[in-house]
Design a protein around this ligand. Structure first.
Ligand SMILES: [Zn+2]
Length: 512
């Protein structure tokens, strides 16, 4: 019986297996189409966050505060203070925080234009980053075709007047909700000067200003609405001075030793070195001083260099090779030299767990909505810049895994990302595809377009902060991911221990 029964069970089990497979194929085929395109394997599907009553309170507060936020962002825009000179801008934000119940310490890590505002006590300790420095030479009228307020003066070409205002507003919105509902925890808002050149956060990180945070929130104005997951490059920047011997360039050049020759040979050497660095590396330089007259052999020359790559270890290795090239140039020209290390940053540690929450809140709140007039202005800017006239973004970009990191720009926010899990957010504040660090960004960040970005960013940051405060496991998830990402590497400042920040004293600031 058994022997005969066996062959009979085979077709039955095959039939059952076939049935199971058929049902599975049918179910897969009948599944509703996903909201995102699945052919892009990098896209991560995220559902909009729930706007809880606490979040709704914070959001309503931001909406009501919009006219005041517009005033603050315009005040910082008009001051347009470059790196290390942000006395009025930092005072505007520090004063605003004090009026709203934060205890503010002005100055930090030897940077007089930094500040730290604190509200509440105990765990968790949630940080907000604020920036407010302008860029030199970008003076531009708000909501206008290219026309400076004052030719050659600085302007907010990176929208940092929006950055600082929205972060402060988000902190105040959350503080109001915490105070009203007795929510425990500490908010710390960091006024971070000189993002554009000196990288103030690196000095603040070295001094321990960011220590003790559970996590940190930050954003940046941009051309679209997104939460990026890709990293940013590590960097060392430094100047080199060469010292030679002056002589009459025609009558006695053989008695001279040209410091400019040394700079030029160093730069030729670096351009040859480029081929033997990984494709993710970047080298840039400018000649700050190359002599005074062609008929005088320059006895002094100065150049400014950037070395970047996708991680700190690579930057340090490349930096050693760059220094060898510089030494070689000095030997070739019979000059001496001195290296002045200016600043350095790490690569950014992106936190998917935290960014997913930011993204979910951005989805729930929606992107800023712009009027026909604002769209027309954006299109005029795009026409002028020779890019497609698509106006301002009205959508949220997909939440995507990073593609292969080919290297690129750097940010001092990276230092904070090594000290605590740090989230990102970009909100549309300038026309799609328009160039950054450009007069058009100054025009947009001084008008209603910029204010709308401030309001959206403040809402998303405050809603996410309330997630952190009310769901402790969200911070735990972020910290677990962050610990794994660091792979046992602890933060080590890229700065020499004795390097002081290049402070610009208040009394020397001020333009006619
Ligand atoms: Zn910026």
């Amino acid at each position: 019986m058994k022997r005969r029964a066996l062959p009979q069970t085979r077709p039955l089990s095959a039939f059952l297996a076939g049935l199971v497979l058929g049902v599975a194929v049918f179910l897969l085929a009948a599944r509703p189409a996903p909201a995102v395109q699945e052919d892009d394997h990098l896209i991560i599907k995220v559902s909009p966050a729930r706007l809880t009553p606490l979040k709704k309170e914070a959001i309503a507060w931001v909406d009501a505060a919009a006219p005041e936020l517009d005033k603050i962002k315009n005040e910082i825009w008009a001051a347009a203070e470059v790196a290390m000179e942000e006395y009025k801008s930092s005072a505007a934000l520090a004063g605003y925080l004090e009026r709203n119940g934060f205890k503010v310490e002005r100055g930090a890590a030897g940077l007089p234009t930094a500040f730290v505002g604190v509200f509440g006590s105990g765990e968790p300790v949630i940080g907000f980053l604020a920036e407010y420095d302008a860029l030199p030479g970008l003076s531009q009228q708000a909501a206008s075709a290219q026309a400076p307020v004052q030719a050659g003066a600085p302007g907010h070409g990176c929208g940092h007047n929006l950055y600082g205002t929205a972060s402060a507003a988000a902190a105040v919105a959350v503080k109001n909700v915490m105070a009203r509902h007795g929510i425990k925890g500490t908010l710390k808002i960091f006024g971070c000067p000189a993002e554009e050149t000196v990288e103030g956060k690196v000095f603040m990180a070295r001094a321990g200003v960011f220590d003790g945070l559970s996590c940190c929130l930050q954003w940046h104005p941009g051309g679209d609405n997104q939460v990026p997951l890709g990293s940013e490059s590590a960097l060392n920047q430094f100047e080199v001075e060469f010292f030679g011997k002056t002589a009459h360039a025609a009558g006695g050049a053989w008695n001279g030793r040209s410091a400019l020759d040394a700079v030029e040979l160093a730069d030729v050497g670096l351009n040859f070195l480029r081929e033997h660095l990984p494709p993710t590396a970047r080298l840039h330089y400018v000649i700050v001083h190359g002599g005074d007259a062609p008929n005088v052999v320059p006895d002094h020359a100065r150049a400014w260099y950037y070395v970047r790559d996708i991680d700190r270890e690579s930057v340090e290795k490349h930096y050693e090779r760059v220094l060898k090239v510089i030494e070689g140039a000095a030997m070739m020209t019979g000059t001496t030299y001195k290296v002045h290390f200016k600043s350095g940053v790490h690569e950014m540690l992106m936190n998917r767990a935290g960014n997913e929450l930011v993204y979910a809140n951005l989805l729930a709140l929606g992107p800023p909505s712009f009027t026909d007039e604002e769209q027309a202005f954006a299109k005029a800017v795009q026409k002028n810049s020779g890019v497609e006239e698509k106006g301002l973004s009205g959508k949220i970009e997909p939440f995507k895994r990073p593609e292969r990191n080919l290297g690129g720009g750097s940010t001092d926010v990276a230092e904070v990302s090594w000290l605590t899990p740090t989230t990102s957010l970009v909100v549309a504040a300038m026309p799609l595809g328009a160039p950054g660090h450009h007069w058009s960004t100054v025009a947009c960040s001084g008008m209603s377009i910029g204010t709308k970005a401030v309001v959206t960013a403040a809402k998303v940051l405050s809603a996410t902060c309330l997630d952190f405060l009310t769901e402790p496991q969200s911070i735990r998830r972020m910290r677990d991911e962050w610990q794994a990402d660091k792979k046992g590497r602890e933060y080590k400042s890229p700065l020499p221990a004795d390097l002081a920040p290049p402070v610009v004293p208040r009394q020397t600031v001020g333009r006619e």
